[in-house]
Ligand binder design. Sequence first.
Ligand code: FMN
Length: 338
Amino acid sequence: MIDNFASRLSVAPMMDWTDRHCRYLHRLLSKRALLYTEMVTAPALVRGGARHLLRFDPAEQPVALQLGGSDPEELARAAEMGGAEGYGEVNLNCGCPSDRVQSGAFGAVLMQQPALVAQCCRAMIAATDAEITVKCRIGVDDQTPEEVLPEFLSQIVAAGVERVTIHARKAWLQGLSPKENRDIPPLDYDLVFEMKQLFPNLHISLNGGIATLAQARDLLDAGIDGVMIGRAAYHTPTDILRAADKEIWGGEMGPDPVDVVLQMRPYIEAHLADDTPGGGKLSAVTKHMLGLFAGRPGARQWRRHLSEHAHRPGAGWSVVEDALAAMEQAAPPRVAAP
Ligand SMILES: Cc1cc2nc3c(=O)[nH]c(=O)nc-3n(C[C@H](O)[C@H](O)[C@H](O)COP(=O)(O)O)c2cc1C
């Protein structure tokens, strides 16, 4: 079970981004932040034999599995598999607007079917001890968020859900790409805060457009239970996650990003030696490390060296060392004044 304290700050589920390598890296920067998997569809798990998608390193905990689906029985089986695999939380995706997902009737279209979502949640809760949570939007298309969001939340609360993340903008299912759907529909944080007034016992995390740790802190201070950060955590992981344990939980500051790189070495070498599906390629890990030095001297050289060399056949740990050297050469460490 994930405790509510952990979900004060989480890194959003992001397809192709928050895979197990990315989560392992994020965990080195913050011991406390709650990490989400990419969405895994219930049909892929239950019917497609895609159990390998559940794989994670125990060091990633606390980690939550996100599922996509809309069939209560199938979601229950998938949640059961997730719980058995060791996930403390299983999250139902009711916010993803992509076409592929619409055709399978999951993701944001489920904002139009709160009774079905509640049925799915009930079935999942009955199937596993892992906590069942929901990630949703404030509405879709021409829905009126002030009306549909409280109705949606009251139905899932009645089903037994105690924690939810709200991406504070609508999804427009027609005419916008998934990427545009993360930027164009306007953010409405006030509505999310109103939901906290209406549902004081529901743990509510706010998601959407949070760009800095200071902004996350301000939202928590204003009374929201948790914040979820997506793109900023991916592109600038050091800025968001390194100070998170200290700023959000009063713990220790995370390691310097150079130390994080060095701490990745055993993980990377084990990955390079792994001949099971998904193992073996350096770039599969280092693509998530490109932003580690964002905004710092030499960041461009770091990124460029990894981008140019890590995907080559046979690329190994020395590519990472060379990228560090390229960065240091561009920005030599300052010598202390005598
Ligand atoms: C590349 C990418 C993939 C995403 N995949 C998912 C997903 O699998 N499930 C989901 O619920 N949201 C997904 N999202 C949405 C994020 O979880 C988050 O709600 C959104 O990016 C807004 O937060 P942000 O402004 O902090 O990035 C994805 C976002 C991005 C950028």
